[in-house]
Design a protein around this ligand. Sequence first.
Ligand code: DGL
Length: 326
Amino acid sequence: IVIVATGGTIAGIADSPAGNVYTPAQLTVESLIRQVPQISGKASVEGLQLCNIASQYMMPRIWIHLAGVVDSLFSGDHCDGIVVTHGTDTMEETAFFLDLVNAHERPVVFTGSMRPSNSPGADGPANLFNAVCLAADPAAVGKGVLVVMNDYIFSASEVTKTHTVNPQAFESPDQGPLGTIRGGNAFFYHPRHGRPFLEKKFSIAELANRDLPRVDIVMSYAGATSLLFDTLVKNGTEGIVIAGVGHGNYSEQIENSAKNAVRNGVFVVRATRVLQGGVSSDVENPFKGQVVSRSLSPQKARILLMLALTASREPADIQRFFDQYP
Ligand code: DGL
């Protein structure tokens, strides 16, 4: 198992006795492995330091680098599984991007921690142990990119961070976790019926030498003006995901700007700031050329739109990518 480290709190060091004040992204992957000697009884592991950053600083170019490393490790039959240690703030984004471009069936498991490595009640060692055990578990093959946090197993396409500080910080609000893993023993609740596989994975080889299309997110709320939306369009964004209110709705000003933007070739995805339910096609005031996000959150809809725009500029094609999800 190769552990690819990117930083985050799991590599953090507490600056206060209680550990609630800390500096993330301090420890190396070798230090993380040394903190969990029990791993050696479960799998032979090798560390790879991709970067060492707090994940609020994660960038698409690092996503692409990680995807290339995963592709070469598996293509070269170098390992049976991969664990990615990552900050929890944007873990769901990196994991989802990888899920969209990774063509290999062997397990890729993301994990992190909510408390730094040397704080009382540090959750990183247990999460790392579970993640390595899952990455080495044949039951995890073919399940897409997975996220393990606090004894739960989640799908990268469904998981989101739902608590800012508690170790139980991740949920899949609509679909629930795929299963549990305790002491390294995984239990999947259900065989994966109809896992949303895209008709085609996006090719990381094609993406490696290009910038991804720029897609931004605009939130709607009572009284939201179209200033941000219009400024983004003026500055060349190729797509805007609206984190709408309710079932993908937004203020009148944003609505007018969105219709105008679509007429001018900018792609608009109607997503929602609401945690459950997503946005299906039976929205209020539908307009020609709109795309709806289905079960994807605004931050994940942005990633899918970035990749979809590398494959097509037809709204119907773009919607088809989103329709792979519930
Ligand atoms: N700065 C946050 C990050 O790196 C810390 C959160 C964490 O890793 O748990 O995502």
